[in-house]
Design a protein around this ligand. Structure first.
Ligand SMILES: [Zn+2]
Length: 400
């Protein structure tokens, strides 16, 4: 057996053992299979009115929509804790909004906004997830929303020199680890679907840009632009009670299907994981035949590993991989769970599990793997590891 195959089996063995250990050590954690805390963030407030045309101010409209959304969630799911970043017309710095969500260990962060531009004909809704903008229009929206930090005292220190108006500042959104992008995109798409189909709004689609308020959150998060105050018909709609209610209902409907999907998924994960852990004992959870096949394979793999772990090959200190997703749930990294991909591995930290495909000595090889796997996981991106810890790709490249 050559050393690569041997290394592979050693990894597999370590992975299986760590999977089992993680499961038990996580038992006391919060129940991550349910959406239990949602943070709703009405943009702006107080001295920061946001977009405004005449008497119409973004801060008032988004507060109304946020409160309507929160009370709809509450009346449908009394057990869910709804947290607002503000319920009154007050100024809250961007970083505090994210802190509120992080401290609450929220499962979702929904930031609500209204837009305005010079071109009076532009209208419709768009929902953003965090990332590097793909075009100038998206950058403009981010610049406008981030500009509120200029109203904060000492923003230069708080945001580490970030200048909302400088395109260069936005480079950091390219290299950052986008842990929850998959889930954020899922919610964002649901929201745009509901806006289009339920509220009959013009769909300007799901987009990506660098929003400081999203950057600091440690959970799936979206920023919704519910319409343009600069468009006269849309302004009337945004100011009307029925318009605001319809927008809030759309977001609720999107949230509702997101919640069901996430909880459905984790039910499945729970079965596969528990099954894998207890495969050699007794499976009480009556898994599906697919899951049973997986159990057999896992046990078989573990047996094979043990018989092949005679010589150990040290892990390369520095290598690249491709992150395909991050979840709060721990999935077994078997092909069945990952669209038949053979080289998936997982790393857990206290809050989330990240899933990667392959280990590569060079950035170029990892980049080629990213291009290949992008067809299955469109938000995949290259990452770097040093001594089994994630480091920035930039840093890794500097070391070579
Ligand atoms: Zn705004």
């Amino acid at each position: 057996m050559n050393s690569k195959v041997r290394t592979y089996f050693i990894h597999l063995f370590v992975l299986i053992v760590s999977t089992l250990i993680c499961q038990y050590s996580d038992a006391a954690d919060k129940d991550n299979s349910k959406i239990s805390v949602v943070v709703i963030d009405p943009g702006h407030g107080g001295k920061d009115s946001g977009a405004s045309i005449g008497q119409a101010q973004e801060k008032d409209i988004v507060l109304d929509i946020a409160l309507k959304l929160g009370s709809t969630i509450k009346s449908n799911y009394p057990d869910i804790e709804v947290v607002y970043t503000r319920t009154k017309d007050i100024f809250i710095p961007l970083h505090q909004r994210a802190d509120i969500a992080n401290k609450k260990d929220a499962d979702l962060f929904i930031s609500i906004h209204v837009n305005a531009v010079d071109a009076k004909s532009v209208h419709g809704t768009e929902t953003f997830v965090l990332g590097l903008h793909r075009n100038e229009d998206n950058l403009e929206v981010a610049k406008k929303e981030n500009a509120v930090i200029l109203l904060e005292d000492d923003y230069n220190t708080t945001y580490e020199g970030f200048d909302p108006n400088l395109p260069e500042s936005y480079i950091m959104f390219e290299t950052m680890q986008e842990e929850f992008q998959g889930q954020s995109v899922m919610l964002a798409s649901n929201i745009q679907n509901e806006f289009r189909n339920y509220a009959k709004r013009v769909d300007r689609s799901v987009k990506m840009a660098g929003f400081l308020v999203l950057r600091r959150t440690t959970m799936p998060s979206v920023l919704i632009e519910t319409g343009f105050l600069s468009h006269s018909t849309e302004r009337t709609y945004l100011l009307s009670e029925s318009g605001k209610s319809q927008l809030a209902s759309s977001i609720f409907r999107a949230f509702d299907s997101y919640k069901n999907e996430i909880e459905e998924r984790s039910k499945f994960n729970l079965i596969t994981e528990n099954s894998a852990a207890t495969a050699s004992i007794e499976v009480t959870n009556k898994p599906t035949s697919e899951v049973q096949t997986e159990i057999k394979e896992t046990v078989q793999a573990a047996k094979t590993t043990v018989s092949n772990t005679k010589v150990s090959t040290p892990e390369p200190e520095l290598y690249y991989s491709v992150q395909i997703m991050a979840l709060k749930k721990k999935l077994s990294p078997t092909p069945e769970n990952f669209k038949n991909e053979q080289n998936i591995f997982r790393m857990d930290d206290t809050k989330i599990s990240r899933y990667f495909s392959g280990k590569f000595e060079t950035f170029e090889k990892a980049d080629a793997e990213k291009d290949r796997i992008n067809k299955k996981y469109e938000n995949a991106f290259v990452v770097a590891f040093e001594n089994q810890k994630l480091i920035s790709v930039k840093k890794a490249l500097e070391k070579r």
